[in-house]
Design a protein around this ligand. Structure first.
Ligand code: HXC
Ligand code: NAP
Length: 291
């Protein structure tokens, strides 16, 4: 049920979408679905071998066209080269998915200045580089419509201990999403974000739950719906936000986390642990205090 594709066939027909970090994890899952819906997809990351492998796999699986371009999003010149390669191959670009990220858990005081910078540079500067290069292009050629979709996290607004560079950077990406939604709407550019809760991927789990932390902190237990996310669920939402079906959605961040962040936030959510049979007694105690 959770793995069912949502949109009708051809919903992204002939759209050209660039997915940063599209060679693995959630970027690969979203790329797969965009291709299934008829889009042409440009995947970028630092590892060309991985990108080429993903290109072959996904072209075989979906019959779509993938262009793999090596690019470190921290480098503006390389980002501009991705834009040019996209235009050379497809003649246009319609969507940018800022998905590439760097992250690892650490007490903040253990981080070197360079470690902190590294995460900020990939997440915030990388998203900025792509947004600026593609935005300038769309504005210059007066393209009637285009879409930017940013992948953030729920701790972009709550913050989170032990992933402080990532939280700081994702908060910046969220601010950029909302700011440009207003400033660039007049150029036909929509900006939205998705805030995923836990969706197991090798890239994230190896860095956020190394070793036996994976068993010690079962992510499912943090989520009210009692499970982690399926990649197709995220791909469904991303495809919708990339498509014209969401043309009136601009400046929004959509959370897809089974209620996880709110479970951590609600003052009395701990009462979930009170056994059902205890509620008669608790109610009687409360009522007995009535004057
Ligand atoms: C402390 C560390 C460290 C660690 C690296 N550094 N790992 N410091 N603890 N575990 C330090 C290094 O010593 C160095 O500082 C600096 O960080 C840069 O490290 P490099 O290895 O040179 O960087 P680079 O090769 O650019 O790799 C970037 C990376 C790496 C972020 C460190 O993990 C990476 O490539 N990540 C990409 C994929 C990824 O992170 N995916 C997960 C996204 S998950 P010095 O001072 O020594 O030079 C996500 C989900 C969140 O965002 C929400 C989940 C629910
Ligand atoms: P992932 O597989 O590690 O994906 C990260 C991708 O970013 C990789 O493909 C990586 O490719 C690329 N990348 C990293 N640094 C780069 C750089 N400097 N330049 C270009 N590309 C770079 O992790 P994921 O779980 O799929 O994460 C995808 C997105 O979802 C991220 O934005 C993450 O913050 C977000 N997210 C994930 C979860 C989750 O539970 N998985 C939850 C919330 C948010 P290379 O290494 O080849 O460069």
């Amino acid at each position: 049920m959770y793995q069912k594709p949502m949109l009708k066939e051809g919903s992204l027909k002939d759209q050209v979408i660039v997915v940063t970090g599209g060679g693995s994890g959630l970027g690969k899952a979203m790329t797969t679905y965009f291709l299934e819906l008829g889009a042409h997809v440009v995947i970028t990351s630092r590892n060309m071998e991985k990108l080429e492998k993903t290109k072959l796999e996904l072209e075989g699986k979906t019959g779509g066209t993938v262009l793999a371009v090596q690019c470190d999003v921290r480098n503006y010149t390389e980002v501009e080269a991705v834009l040019q390669a996209t235009l050379d191959k497809f003649g246009k670009v319609d969507g940018l998915l800022n998905n590439a990220a760097g992250n690892f858990i650490s007490p903040t005081e253990r981080l070197s200045a360079n470690a902190f910078d590294t995460v900020i540079d990939i997440v915030l500067k990388g998203s900025k580089n792509c947004t600026l290069a593609f935005g300038k292009h769309w504005i210059n050629i007066k393209q009637p419509k285009s879409t930017i979709l940013n992948i953030v996290t729920t701790y972009a607004w709550t913050g989170s201990a032990y992933v402080v560079p990532s939280a700081t950077a994702k908060a910046g990406v969220l601010a950029m999403t909302r700011s440009l939604a207003v400033e660039w709407a007049k150029y036909g550019i929509r900006s939205n974000a998705i805030a995923p809760g836990p969706f197991p991927t090798e890239g994230a789990w190896d860095r956020l739950l190394p070793g036996n932390l994976r068993d010690k902190f079962d992510m499912k237990k943090k989520v009210p719906v009692g499970r982690v996310g399926e990649h197709q669920e995220l791909a469904n939402l991303a495809a919708y936000l990339m498509s014209d079906f969401s043309a009136y959605i601009n400046g929004e961040v959509i959370t897809i986390d089974g209620g996880e962040w709110l479970k951590g936030a609600g003052e009395f959510n701990m009462l979930e642990d009170v056994p059902k049979e205890m509620w008669d007694m608790l109610e009687a105690m409360i009522r007995s205090k009535k004057k």
